[in-house]
Design a protein around this ligand. Structure first.
Ligand SMILES: Cc1cc2nc3c(=O)[nH]c(=O)nc-3n(C[C@H](O)[C@H](O)[C@H](O)COP(=O)(O)O)c2cc1C
Length: 329
């Protein structure tokens, strides 16, 4: 399948693995890229820019296909050393960057000068238009269903994707709630040029996370995620667990008076304990509603091949059948 996204990033299939904290290491990115998608290393999961440089080198040893790096701009008083991160990305010869969080204007000129394609993840049409205005090459349109930070507008992809298609000139991929061939065909139908997946890629053989995390996703239904930190305007969709229920109780009790310090135990520094040690009640971790569509733990290649085969069948049999007037199930 050829789309503006496969051409832009030099990949075989229009499928991207979004940056994921303590998941998007070299093993994850290389497995997705080797399967013909675009794998992404999560820049901020590495302690220092030097560690990120080593991770990029490691990924390059594991795949000769294109892969990218995610740079997330966090609302924090002590920002990471973004200029140094950008430098190791450029020096490492990476050709794709996924930005997320705040507006990436501060890093964009450097990335563009180095010939890097930048896809910015946005949860609204207005942010997508802003990304287009400042010169991003593409956007990842992240609907309310998504694992992680869905923003504060709560617009699901059934509305957000066609709205993006109506307004944008640059190509975009769907993000949030995508899992299979049906997701891909629906995304293309709504104007996207491909899709981005997070949660689905965690439940794969190569994802470098504890087996408990993969099993928790397979066991979860679409009813098992919760939104937390809304009153801090930092809403996050997470899988429910004891820590999340405790966090929600605190939110109910404190209302608008809630401060980050009140929930620090449930949210700060919990990713290594969950992702690496498999301590599933350690705290709040991002997970999409799409968990309800995830029932197995394939390799990345099995997953992507299955998606492409399914998409082909839907387009050429089911949909073509409707057009030809064949009644099909
Ligand atoms: C465990 C986890 C960690 C994530 N960490 C990040 C991150 O550090 N930076 C980022 O831009 N997006 C992050 N995301 C969001 C994903 O890149 C992607 O946009 C999202 O998962 C899409 O929704 P889906 O999970 O329904 O596929 C994370 C998602 C998950 C599930």
């Amino acid at each position: 399948m050829k789309t503006a996204i496969t051409e832009m990033f030099g990949i075989e299939h229009p499928i991207i693995q979004g940056g994921m904290h303590f998941v998007g290491f070299a093993e994850m990115a290389a497995a997705v890229s080797n399967a013909g998608g675009l794998g992404i290393i999560t820049g901020l999961s590495l302690k220092t820019p030097e560690d990120l440089a080593n991770e990029i080198a490691k990924c390059r040893d594991m795949t000769d296909k294109p892969f990218g790096v995610n740079i997330t701009f966090l609302p924090t008083l002590n920002p990471p050393d973004y200029p140094a991160i950008v430098k190791v990305i450029i020096d490492g010869g990476v050709k794709a960057v996924e930005t997320a969080g705040r507006n990436p204007a501060q890093v964009l000129p450097h990335l563009k000068d180095a010939g890097i394609k930048v896809i910015h993840k946005c949860t609204s049409v207005r942010h997508s238009l802003k990304a287009q205005d400042i010169g991003c090459d593409a956007v990842s349109v992240d609907g309310f269903e998504c694992g992680g930070h869905p923003g504060e507008d709560d617009v699901p992809n059934m509305i957000l994707l066609p709205r993006a298609a109506d307004e944008l000139d640059i190509p975009f991929v769907s993000s949030g709630g995508q899992a299979d061939g049906r997701s891909l065909v629906a995304s293309l139908a709504m104007g996207a040029q491909g899709m981005n997946m997070g949660t689905r890629f965690i439940a794969t053989k190569e994802a470098p996370v504890h087996e408990n995390v993969k099993q928790a996703i397979v066991a979860a239904s679409e009813l098992d995620t919760r939104l937390v930190m809304r009153s801090l305007r930092n809403t996050e969709r997470v899988l429910t667990n004891d820590a999340v229920e405790r966090l929600i109780e605190k939110e109910k009790m404190l209302g608008d008076k809630l401060k980050f310090e009140d929930i620090i135990e449930e949210v700060a520094g919990v990713y290594p304990r969950i992702m690496l040690e498999g301590d599933m009640d350690a705290g709040a971790w991002s997970c999409g509603m799409v968990a309800g569509l995830i029932n197995d733990i394939p390799t990345c290649k099995e997953l992507i091949d299955r998606i492409m085969t399914e998409a082909d069948q839907i387009i050429n049999q089911r949909l073509a059948g409707f057009v030809k007037g064949t009644v099909n199930a």
